[in-house]
Write a protein that binds this ligand. Structure first.
Ligand code: AMP
Ligand code: MN
Ligand code: MN
Ligand code: MN
Length: 280
């Protein structure tokens, strides 16, 4: 099977490698087709494409869009998008602006819990003027000794009911899927098991997503156990959605799957790339 990875992050969002370093690592580890899917930003795609050309691997233009749906945060990956498509570019810009406000709110919440200087610290991890997210706060919290690693941060901080949590309104599901589709891309629900949805709510999400023009769900991802992968593979087949796979790689020491080592999709899945040509 094709060695393909359709979900990963660079320093443009909350990854640790630059787009060029990421592509180099992917190529070295045998990836043939890679999608760079930074959170709410497409600014890494040019650099990634140059490196992909040099390393002779196929780069898919991607993005991972933050969405609010029924009070939950859902991530929608766009694959094969046109990064210059104005509605997509404007939509992503407005999400990034929202992230700045949210970062101030997160820092204010951490201040209340007696943890000071987190905004400055998180910005140092993100890079001045760069997209800011919870992982940058998490790295700051580890650095200052508030948790032993990133995983523990997300148990003690930055999540509902814990210090540093703040509710936030992201894009709507229909807007995000609409921007992706109107730019020529395909929309994919990222790591569906992560949302811990009951049967009916999951069905509602998949129905709304399909009606908005969405076409695939991630079956293989670092967030899924083998059983969850099989469950979503079966689900995708039943309701006629395509299946995707991606490591959600953020950095060498922060990720469950490294680039190039994903298991194959379970048998019977129709891959989201089934009709892509080599030049996509
Ligand atoms: P944000 O989009 O700013 O809310 O940040 C979400 C990001 O935080 C995810 O893409 C992951 O990189 C990271 N994250 C969230 N939950 C966890 C977790 N339990 N363990 C590790 N990283 C996490
Ligand atoms: Mn992330
Ligand atoms: Mn995600
Ligand atoms: Mn991701």
């Amino acid at each position: 099977m094709l060695n393909i990875d359709l979900h990963c992050h660079s320093t443009i969002s909350d990854g640790l490698l630059t787009p060029a370093q990421l592509v180099t690592r992917a190529a070295t580890r045998g990836v043939e087709t890679l999608a760079l899917t930074d959170h709410d930003d497409v600014a890494g795609l040019d650099e990634a494409r140059q490196e992909a050309t040099a390393k002779n691997i196929t780069l898919i233009n991607g993005v991972e869009i933050s969405v609010s749906w029924r009070g939950r945060t859902i991530h929608i990956v766009g694959l094969g998008i046109d990064p210059l498509h104005p509605p997509l570019a404007q939509g992503l810009l407005s999400i990034r602006n929202g992230r700045i406000t949210r970062a101030r709110n997160i820092a204010a919440q951490l201040d209340k819990a007696g943890i000071h200087g987190s905004l400055k610290g998180a910005i140092e991890h993100a890079g001045e003027g760069q997209l800011i997210g919870r992982l940058h706060f998490a790295r700051f919290l580890v650095e200052k000794g508030h948790a032993k690693d990133i995983k523990s941060v997300f148990k003690k901080y930055l999540v509902k009911g814990k210090p540093g949590y703040t509710a936030h309104q992201w894009a709507t599901l229909s807007d995000a899927v609409g921007w992706i589709c109107s730019s020529g891309g395909r929309a994919v629900i990222a790591h569906p098991a992560r949302y811990k949805l009951g049967k009916n709510v999951l069905n509602d999400l998949l129905t709304e997503f399909s009606q908005a023009g969405g076409s695939a769900i991630e079956v293989i991802t670092a967030s899924h156990t083998k059983e969850q992968a099989l469950f979503f593979a079966h689900h995708a087949q039943q309701i006629g959605l395509l299946a995707s796979c991606g490591s959600d790689f953020h950095g060498p020491d922060e990720s469950y799957y490294d680039l190039g080592q994903l298991p194959d999709l379970p048998p019977g899945c129709l891959p989201v790339w089934h009709d892509w040509t080599r030049t996509t």
